[in-house]
Design a protein around this ligand. Structure first.
Ligand code: NAD
Ligand code: 0WE
Length: 258
């Protein structure tokens, strides 16, 4: 059975009840993990309040602001984990960001700044968080990130995020090679399209979801809970021989050529 009791899990990327990270947090909690939750702070503290209320039933033992563009906040997050938990077992990286204008129109219009922003927040952040987690994963561990098919194949309008996801997937392999000797595994879940805050802000997402519903082998999209279950598997001993992999949780869409 999938059992995560005694495991300390840090979950990033919860914005609301549609977040994939929320689906993951619920499954990790159900499997018995002790949770720490980070949120992206904003000026008015709205996110903090919303996310705090949402995660309250899961009784996280840590609840911390962590903007990956803020090195001091990242440091503070992992200092707190060290002081309060002593060790970390599970790191969920479930965040991405690009300028909205860069997710529409001609790909080549992306500015140097827009490119840097997308890659910094969506790809470099996995290296940054893994480096901070490394000394705390003293009993081995599991790092899981979220990627999308647009990092492997051209998906209209995904544009610079595709380049960020390609970098993210290669980060997974290099990190897996580096951290393997200390029994820390690093894997990605490539999820099919799901309606979330991030995806709903994208024009034409509903058409893409309908396309998947018509053509994926399972004739439907996937849910946050299904991604959460796959994440729980990748965090558990059931996947102890798996590292450096990209696991498609996409109702089979990726296998189709036509
Ligand atoms: P979401 O909007 O719920 O989550 C994105 C999260 O990123 C938010 O919680 C936001 O606060 C966080 N974030 C953005 N900038 C940040 C920063 N600087 N520091 C810290 N956190 C920051 O949307 P989601 O769809 O659940 O996205 C989660 C992950 O899943 C992303 O990596 C996304 O690329 C990936 N993904 C999404 C889909 C989909 O269709 N929704 C499919 C495949 C992969
Ligand atoms: O990774 C993602 C979403 C990434 C994302 C979305 C936004 C919208 C709002 C990153 N940054 C921003 N910035 C914003 O200001 N997905 C996999 C969901 C998604 O996004 C798409 C998709 C799919 C699917 C964009 C274009 C085409 C398909």
């Amino acid at each position: 059975m999938l059992n995560l009791t005694g495991k300390n899990a840090l979950v990033t990327g919860i914005a609301n009840n549609r977040s994939i990270a929320w689906g993951i947090a619920q499954q990790l909690h159900a499997a018995g993990a002790n949770l720490g939750v980070t949120y992206l702070p904003d000026d008015k503290g709205r996110f903090e309040k919303k996310v705090a209320e949402l995660v309250e039933p899961l009784q996280p033992s840590l609840f911390l602001p962590c903007d990956v563009q803020n090195d001091a906040q990242v440091q503070e997050t992992f200092d707190t984990i060290r002081d309060r938990w002593g060790k970390l077992d599970i790191l969920i990286h479930c965040l991405a960001f690009a300028n909205k204008d860069d997710l529409t129109g001609d790909f080549s219009n992306v500015s140097r700044q827009g490119f840097d922003l997308a890659l910094e927040v969506s790809a470099y952040s996995l290296i940054q968080l893994s480096r901070a987690a490394k000394p705390l994963m003293t009993e081995g561990g599991s790092i899981v990130t979220l990627t999308y098919l647009g990092g492997v194949k051209v998906i209209p309008n995904y544009n610079v995020m595709g380049i960020a996801k390609a970098a993210l997937e290669m980060n997974v392999r290099y990190l897996a090679a580096e951290l393997g000797p200390q029994n820390v595994r690093v894997n990605a879940i490539s999820a099919g399209p799901i309606r979330t805050l991030a995806s709903s802000a994208v024009g034409g997402i509903l058409d893409m979801i309908h396309h998947v519903e018509e053509t994926a082998p399972l004739r439907r999209t996937v849910t946050q809970a299904e991604v959460g279950n796959a994440a729980a598997f990748l965090c558990s001993d059931l996947s102890s021989g798996i590292t450096g992999q990209i696991l498609y949780v996409d109702a089979g869409y990726e296998i189709m050529g036509m």
